[in-house]
Design a binder for this molecule. Structure first.
Ligand code: SF4
Ligand code: SF4
Length: 372
């Protein structure tokens, strides 16, 4: 696994505390989006389609610290937009580190060389660099030539300076297991700590809609990657739990746990997750927990979630399963994801099965929240 032992212990103790306290819904990673503005315009991006006045908005240092304190998650991921465009980002990162939280500062790395001396290496800080594959594929994915070379140069610089670095790879249509294996080999050779790898979410607001991999094709692709990895005896450092990888390979029937990765951005706390932008916002984390109709979401419960296998929804589910079934998790970790045999059945869409008398779909039915 591509996560240092110190961090695994810190996160493990946090999880045990939640269990002892009997907390049912607890956050694992805070997704802190302090701005939507970016210096790229990727085809599969669901974040940059906002009007200029929204792209100009920033969460202040104080708002970011309040979100970190309110939420209490042991890890904070800072996506965007491009966080390095935010003038207060070094202070924000420092403030989170002071609170002994692990920060994943997600960046396309175009500004990393220029801004790197604003940051100090720390066991709590990780630059998570966006790389969607080898040169040709990454440059096509971010719709700009030369970005791959600049990102790799920045990764090498950050590693030389003693920073923790991971790569964050999203897979889109047309990807083959061979492509991904070549990329993971390359990333490991670069010396990064680990790689995050996930299928692209079909953002409604993404500029291009034909780039996303869907349904069983996603699981087939991941099986192909893991099968080839086993054949070639690869030991990639992947930043995921063993059971989440097994889920990606079609072997686990999981329900989404969106409260595991709550999102705070310039609109407020986003219901229900990082990926769905039109479900509403609330002012506090507690309000998010109490007022979100969680049962309306997940790949069987809502058409908007139908194709989703993203780590922000299902990694927390896999972690919860690991706590409940440690032997199963150990077997998955030792043997790797299963790449043969039947896959779990595709989720049955309850929004069709559960139409109400007036013909409304589940997603349209207003939900009453009880404060009991
Ligand atoms: S780098 Fe990230 S935030 Fe920027 S356009 Fe690409 S996907 Fe969107
Ligand atoms: S399945 Fe979960 S993480 Fe995915 S879009 Fe739906 S609520 Fe969000």
């Amino acid at each position: 696994m591509g996560v240092p032992l110190r961090q695994q212990i810190a996160v493990g103790s946090y999880l045990i505390k939640q269990k002892i306290k009997g907390v049912k819904k607890y956050p694992l990673v805070l997704m802190l989006e302090p701005l939507f503005r970016c210096n790229l315009a990727c085809a599969g991006c669901g974040k940059i389609a906002h009007p200029e006045e929204i792209l100009d908005k920033r969460l202040s240092y104080e708002e970011c610290m309040q979100a970190v304190d309110e939420c209490g998650a042991p890890m904070v991921s800072i996506p965007g937009g491009e966080p390095l465009l935010h003038k207060e980002m070094p202070q924000i990162v420092e403030g989170i580190i002071k609170r002994k939280k692990y920060v994943y500062l997600c960046t396309n790395a175009l500004l990393l060389k220029k801004r790197i001396d604003d940051y100090t290496p720390s066991p709590y800080l990780n630059f998570s660099v966006h790389l969607d594959g080898m040169k040709e594929r990454h440059d096509a994915s971010v719709c700009q030539e030369g970005v791959f070379d600049r990102a790799v140069e920045a990764i090498k610089l950050a590693l030389d300076k003693g920073f923790r670095v991971t790569v964050n790879c999203t897979l889109f249509q047309g990807e083959t297991p061979e492509d991904v294996v070549e990329f993971l080999d390359y990333a490991m050779d670069l010396g990064v700590e680990g790689a995050t790898i996930a299928p692209g979410f079909s953002y409604e607001h993404a500029p291009k809609q034909d780039v996303f991999i869907k349904g069983a094709d996603t699981k087939k692709l991941f099986r192909g990657i893991f099968e080839l990895g086993k054949k070639l005896k690869r030991k990639w450092r992947l930043n995921h739990s063993a059971l989440y990888l097994d889920f990606l390979a079609g072997n686990q029937d999981y329900k989404c746990t969106p409260w595991g990765n709550p999102t705070r951005n310039v609109f407020g706390w986003q219901k229900p997750c990082y990926l769905l932008a039109d479900e509403g916002y609330v002012e506090t984390f507690q309000e998010l927990l109490d007022s979100t109709p969680w049962e309306k979401y997940g790949n069987a419960s809502n058409p908007k979630c139908a194709q989703c296998m993203a780590h922000c929804g299902y990694e927390a589910t896999a972690v919860e399963d690991t706590l409940r079934n440690p032997w199963k998790a150990l077997v998955a970790a030792v043997k790797g994801p299963k790449t043969t045999g039947e896959m779990v059945a595709e989720p049955v869409p309850q929004w069709i099965a559960k139409e109400d008398k007036k013909g409304k779909k589940l997603a349209d039915i207003p939900v009453t929240i009880s404060n009991k």
